[in-house]
Design a protein around this ligand. Structure first.
Ligand SMILES: Nc1nc2c(ncn2[C@@H]2O[C@H](COP(=O)(O)OP(=O)(O)OP(=O)(O)O)[C@@H](O)[C@H]2O)c(=O)[nH]1
Length: 382
């Protein structure tokens, strides 16, 4: 009563995969064409077509070639999904191994004239091996978004169905997969659902990745990889909000490279760029992950620390010393120094980042006037 027509479902699987592959070819609006995914779908469509023609094809073609194409297709699909998520590139080797073992088992079953049950058992085990990795990584990955987890959970469900099928075939008589009993119906409906949800999921994952990349680009300074001015201000304002609620002091450090124009003029603009990158890395080593650091523009950097003046002075002095010691390959024989203005607030109440930065800028101006390569600080009272 719960059985479905397996032959029709196979035809739908072939058509569905072909349609999805064509959809990706026609809609070339993706940043990078997902070739692996499309080839995966093409291989699956071809595999199902061979499977569909099993009454008129020799065993080798529909069983070994058909299932072989399906295995390669599923693996390409999974690798394309894991590539979006930038998960462990070494997994490719694992999948090459699964592919070799899978194709080997198909050939062995063919040459030993294995029963339907053995054939079904092999394919169930292979499906679990192929899908358990994305199922686990996407569902339980620490960096997974809720949407990614939902896609992962779907693969997990399909793995479970195949575990049940593996147990089922061990305990039943020799039954061809074409017999649409309840178990086979669930497996094929699962494959159909995997086709629909898997492809929609893949498209949404691609979109999510593009949005994240755009967001990252909008917040990042191209040259140094630090927060750009806008992102720096929004993060610094957030940090000041937290500090205000916990009655914590904050300090703003404004850093400016000394005589940077001369360095540029002497060694060229690309060398100046390299110096700015080296400076950014040097400062990063001197601060903690929760500190907010960004490039405000040109050779000027901002740093917001949730700490009182004394600690901020220590950090500023450490940065000044480290920059002075820095050897930039692109500036042979030249030293780079920074002047730093520090403005600290005991209580954030009534202040915003812009105001605090203006105070730090005044101190920076003083540092420049006093001869550069030094730190000048002020403790602001209400
Ligand atoms: N290489 C490089 N140079 C930049 C960049 N942005 C700004 N500059 C240069 O930084 C220099 C800043 O010069 P000034 O504002 O006169 O400051 P300065 O020479 O460092 O002098 P003081 O700050 O007074 O010590 C200018 O020559 C800009 O062209 C950049 O992204 N890369």
């Amino acid at each position: 009563m719960y059985a479905i027509d397996i032959k029709t479902t196979i035809l739908l699987l072939a058509l569905g995969n072909a349609l999805i592959a064509s959809f990706f070819v026609v809609c070339r609006s993706w940043q990078e064409f997902p070739a692996r995914y499309v080839w995966g779908r093409v291989a699956q469509a071809a595999g199902w077509i061979l499977f569909f023609h099993r009454p008129v094809l020799p065993l080798f073609l529909w069983y070994v070639a058909g299932n072989g194409l399906l295995i390669v297709g599923w693996i390409l699909e999974v690798l394309a999904i894991l590539a979006i998520e930038r998960r462990n590139p070494r997994l490719e080797r694992v999948y090459v191994l699964i592919a070799v073992l899978g194709l080997g088992s198909l050939l062995l079953n063919f040459s030993l004239d294995a029963s339907y049950n053995v054939m079904n058992l092999s394919i169930s085990v292979l499906l679990v091996a192929i899908f358990c990795i994305p199922a686990y990584m996407l569902t339980f990955g620490r960096e997974s978004s809720s949407f990614t987890r939902a896609v992962g959970f779907f693969y997990l469900l399909y793995c479970l169905i195949n575990v049940v099928r593996a147990i089922y075939v061990v305990h039943t008589d020799n039954v061809s997969v074409m017999v649409g009993n309840l178990m086979h119906s669930v497996v094929f409906l699962g494959l159909f659902a995997l086709l629909i949800f898997g492809s929609v999921g893949y498209m949404l994952l691609l979109r999510e990745k593009t949005e994240l990349e755009l967001l990252h680009a909008a917040r990042t300074d191209d040259l140094t990889g630090l927060f750009n001015r806008r992102a720096f201000f929004s993060h610094a304002q957030l940090a000041m909000g937290f500090a205000s609620r916990s009655w914590s002091p904050v300090s703003f450090l404004m850093l400016d490279v000394d005589h940077f124009k001369q360095l540029n003029d002497q060694f060229g603009h690309p060398a100046g760029d390299a110096a700015l990158r080296a400076l950014a890395r040097t400062v990063e080593v001197c601060i903690r992950p929760q500190d907010v650091f960004g490039r405000l523009g040109g050779e000027e950097f901002g740093l917001l620390l949730v700490c009182p003046t004394d600690n901020a002075l220590m950090v500023a002095e450490r940065i000044r010393e480290q920059v002075e010691r820095l050897k930039v390959v692109e500036l042979p024989g030249a030293a780079m120094t920074v002047s730093i203005g520090v403005a600290s607030l005991q209580a954030v109440e009534g202040w915003d980042v812009e105001q605090l930065m203006q105070e730090a800028d005044r101190q920076l101006y003083q540092a420049k006037l006093r001869g550069r390569n030094q730190v000048v600080a002020t403790r602001l009272l209400h």
